[in-house]
Ligand binder design. Structure first.
Ligand SMILES: [Zn+2]
Length: 393
């Protein structure tokens, strides 16, 4: 039998300093653009006045208007590209930078343009203004914690899009990066909740960031290279034959890095980099195996024979929705001496991805599709292809 003694509990809780007490409806992140999208209302952060007390054991009903010191709201519109603070336009985000609004008058805004300098992992390392003056400098430890020393930083609060280009959320002093599906804590180096694809990586803890290897991997939240069911095993085999990083498909047919596989040491690192960047890019790439490609124009439908088009074809008509089709037969090309070279379907796919699809979705490389392909062929020790001057990306 237990007999309870009287336990001494405090009777009141009283705040001394102003404190952040409530955050409004959580906005959701758009996984396509990894920016916030509006779900219901703007996010409102209330700061309570000091010296509010409440009785222990009683659940406070919420702040009354006289207890609120200030309310700050943030709203994300246009798929997250337009942010509003306290009801006024704050920033318009675009690829590679943003326009910052400054209040010019009651009904007008002035805009100043800023651009990011990023590293190979997509981390924003510098923000420069239109005249090239550096406004912000950020450096990070491998797992994303920003440097705090004076020499490695400049204006760390200038704008919040930082490691991997993600928004640093300082709410409640937590300092986590917003990756959309979950928040990442660069001090604890783990996620605040489990990987939605946890079942795909059984050997790795679902809280681990980038398989504990953030220098080699990025954690792209994008699902950007899609392979329809009937082409999955062939296309995956083609890619992994020549890529240094090995990939696999998630259950929905999206290409993702196989973090448990050994690197293919004979493979091309450049090919992997372009594939990784395509996975991170905003648009989508669909890769299929087939001999015919049907292009649906506004007026008419055209059917192309892929075997007569060099064994592969990339449709760039819709720059956000690029389609690549490769024939399983490969192709005959010419080397720099003019000799015939039999190219496998996997080699044709390198040309389509590095030569055409990646430049559209990620950004231009050399300007010439064959030259792009030759960078990879060089790394693989394959005979270089004959230069074709007019073969544009
Ligand atoms: Zn081509």
């Amino acid at each position: 039998m237990f007999e309870n003694k009287f336990v001494s509990l405090p009777s009141h809780l009283k705040t001394i300093e102003p404190m952040e007490v409530h955050r409004g409806a959580r906005t959701m992140c758009n996984t396509e653009t990894s920016k916030m999208i509006r779900r219901t209302d703007p996010v409102i952060l209330y700061t309570a006045k000091p010296n509010i007390s409440c009785t222990w054991g009683e659940k406070p009903a919420g702040l009354t208007s006289i207890q609120i010191l200030q309310a700050d709201s943030t709203d994300y519109l246009l798929g997250g590209s337009l942010t509003l603070r306290n009801g006024r336009i704050d920033k318009y985000l675009f690829e590679g930078g943003y326009a910052q609004a400054s209040a010019a008058g009651a009904t007008t805004d002035d805009f100043t343009f800023y651009y990011y300098n990023q590293d190979h992992l997509g981390n924003n390392r510098e923000v420069v203004d239109a005249s090239g003056t550096v406004q912000q400098v950020m450096n990070y430890y491998p797992f994303g914690m920003p440097y705090s020393d004076q020499a490695g930083t400049l204006n760390s609060d200038f704008q919040p899009y930082q490691y991997n280009g993600k928004e640093l959320d300082k709410m409640h002093g937590l300092y986590t990066y917003d990756y959309g599906a979950r928040q990442y804590d660069p001090v604890l180096v783990c996620w605040d909740r489990i990987d939605p694809l946890a079942e795909e990586y059984k050997g790795i803890s679902p809280y681990v960031y980038c398989a504990n290897n953030p220098v080699r991997f990025i954690d792209p939240d994008g699902k950007k290279i899609y392979i329809p069911k009937k082409s999955q095993s062939e296309v995956l085999h083609m890619i992994n034959t020549y890529s240094k990083t090995q990939y696999k498909l998630d259950k929905n047919g999206f290409l993702c890095i196989d973090k448990e596989a050994e690197l293919n040491e004979k493979g091309s690192a450049h090919y992997s980099e372009r594939l990784d960047a395509t996975i991170l890019a905003k648009g989508k790439l669909t890769i299929e195996v087939g001999d015919k490609y049907t292009a649906k124009g506004i007026k008419n439908t055209k059917i192309y024979d892929v075997n007569n088009m060099g064994g592969g074809l990339t449709d760039k008509t819709d720059k956000k929705n690029v389609k690549t089709i490769v024939s399983a037969n490969g192709h005959i090309a010419h080397d720099t001496m003019g000799n015939e070279v039999k190219k496998s379907a996997a080699e044709v796919l390198i040309h389509e991805i590095v030569g055409h699809a990646a430049p559209v979705l990620v950004g231009t490389e050399t300007g010439n599709a064959v030259r792009n392909e030759n960078i990879v062929r060089n790394e693989l020790g394959l005979q270089e292809r004959e230069d074709e001057k007019n073969h544009n990306e």
